[in-house]
Design a protein around this ligand. Structure first.
Ligand code: G3P
Ligand code: CA
Length: 223
C-alpha cells in the first residue's frame, strides 16, 4: 500500500504543510509518496500551496494570484521554509517517491505537464483534481487520478478519461466501490486517513494507497 504524506506531514504543524521540510519529514517517517497542491502565482510560476491565499499557512497575507514568486518566497510557510515552486519540489523529490500533484486551479495542467516531462518524471507522478475535465490535457503522458467525495459517476468518468486511479474520500469507500474499481482496473487511493484503526481497515480492504497527515503511523504497513 502506498502511503502518501498528505501535504507532507502536517500532523506536525511546526513543519508547515506543502513545504520542503514537511515533505522531508514525511519521507523520513515512512511515506512512499507525497501529495501536494498546485496554484499559479502572479508572475505565472506554479507554486505548491493549498489555499487561494497565504493567510492560513504563512506569516504573510494576500492572494497567491496577486503575488509574484519573489514576493511569496519571503514568507515563512513553516520552520523557516518558504512556499515552494512546483519545479523545486519536482527537482528535490521527483525521483525519491511517487508524487501526487493536485490541481487546485483551472488552466494549469499543461504547464504542470511541461515541468514533469522536462524532467522525465512521468513515471513518478500522478495528476489529480476534483475537476476531472481539467486533467484531460495531461493525458496520455501523465497518469491521472480522479478525486471525489461522491460516488456518482466516479468509475465511469475514470474509465472515460483513461485514469490510472480514483481518489475517493474515505467516507464513500465500501467493498463494492473497491470491487468496481478493481473490475475497471483502477487503483484506489483514499483520503485522508489518520486514525490507526482506519489505516489498518483500509489496508485490510486492499486499497492501493492512502493519504495521511501522519505517515509515521503507517511505518509497519508500507509495502
Ligand atoms: O488528494 C486528497 C486531498 O488532498 C484532497 O483534499 O482539500 O486536502 O486538497 P484537500
Ligand atoms: Ca490536496
Amino acid at each position: 500500500m502506498i502511503i502518501f504524506g498528505h501535504r507532507g506531514a502536517p500532523g506536525y504543524p511546526r513543519f508547515g504543510e506543502n513545504t520542503a521540510v514537511s515533505f522531508r519529514k514525511a519521507l523520513e517517517w515512512s511515506a512512499t509518496g507525497l501529495e501536494f497542491d498546485v496554484r499559479r502565482c502572479a508572475d505565472g510560476q506554479l507554486v505548491v500551496i493549498h489555499d487561494e491565499t497565504i493567510d492560513r499557512t504563512t506569516n504573510g497575507r494576500g492572494r497567491v494570484a496577486d503575488l509574484t514568486y519573489d514576493e511569496l518566497s519571503k514568507f515563512d510557510a513553516g520552520f523557516g521554509s518558504p512556499i515552494p515552486r512546483l519545479a523545486d519540489v519536482l527537482d528535490e523529490f521527483g525521483t525519491r517517491c511517487l508524487l501526487n500533484i493536485e490541481l487546485k486551479e483551472t488552466g494549469i495542467a499543461d504547464d504542470v505537464k511541461k515541468l514533469v516531462l522536462q524532467r522525465r518524471l512521468e513515471r513518478h507522478v500522478i495528476l489529480s483534481s476534483f475537476q476531472w475535465q481539467e486533467l484531460k490535457g495531461a493525458f496520455p503522458e501523465i497518469p491521472l487520478g480522479l478525486l471525489s467525495s461522491k460516488l456518482a459517476d466516479l468509475i465511469s468518468a475514470a474509465r472515460q478519461l483513461h485514469a490510472r486511479a480514483i481518489h475517493p474520500h474515505k467516507d464513500i469507500v465500501t467493498p463494492s466501490l473497491i470491487e468496481a474499481g478493481r473490475d475497471a482496473k483502477l487503483q484506489i487511493h483514499v483520503w485522508t486517513v489518520n486514525d490507526p484503526a482506519e489505516i489498518s481497515r483500509f489496508r485490510s480492504l486492499g486499497v492501493d494507497g492512502i493519504f495521511t497527515d501522519f505517515p509515521e503511523r503507517c511505518s509497519t504497513l508500507v509495502s
